[in-house]
Design a protein around this ligand. Sequence first.
Ligand SMILES: C[S@@+](CC[C@H](N)C(=O)[O-])C[C@H]1O[C@@H](n2cnc3c(N)ncnc32)[C@H](O)[C@@H]1O
Length: 239
Amino acid sequence: MLKSSSQRTSSRIHSDSEFLHSHKDQDFDQVYPEAIGRLSICHWSPVHVCRTAAQLLVVDPDTRVLDIGCGPGKFCIIGATATKGHFTGVEQRGKLARIAQDVVRKHDVPRVNIVHGNIQDVSFRDFDAFYLFNPFEENILPSLRIDYDMELEPRLYTDYTTHVQQQLMRMPMATRVVTYCGDSTEIPDCYACVKTAFNEKLKLWVKKHPAPDHARAAASQPDDHSSSPQMGGGNFAIA
Ligand SMILES: C[S@@+](CC[C@H](N)C(=O)[O-])C[C@H]1O[C@@H](n2cnc3c(N)ncnc32)[C@H](O)[C@@H]1O
């Protein structure tokens, strides 16, 4: 039998909003409808990973972080409660994007914007730092399929991965990216892994070199050689 929201409430937590600050996944995940919370163990980042990743990505209060495939917004919500950064999540599944938006609205979570859309329509230039937890793998690994709402194809894995590589190549030097799990195929060679955590499942990447000319030509836009990532308050754009 399914438990009601109040029955699922841990004895030490007295209001829904306290879940947002919990360090335990079993508590945090109760902000979600039960079916979505149940997916957490496999598909959403654990709380301790979200906190560490956000702290590695946010270098000052203006840092704008994009979660590439945000699911129900767990990383963005925890990132915004654990740091002073600004978090945007883009999610292709309307149902998950709406759940994330509902949590943000209901609990008044500051500095979080959730967008229903495809990563191919997002302007990376509006962000300073990026987070990826296996966004595209379900296209090639059937065991990672989240639901049957989307058509999945190996071709999409290649298209999305190539798109992210090309966008990251164009970012300014010193741009930061955190990956959790996966083989980091999305990270171009001009980024170096400078830190790992959680048995090397979490990796911090920093852009250390300009992208090679042939790669820049493929990305069809000049590389940016400025010395630090863009900061400041531009709005999120869906191109
Ligand atoms: C493994 S989940 C990670 C969710 C979240 N980032 C986290 O760490 O908790 C990957 C998410 O990426 C989304 N996704 C996959 N391809 C996408 C695309 N092309 N554009 C936007 N979202 C995408 C999936 O729908 C899924 O919700």
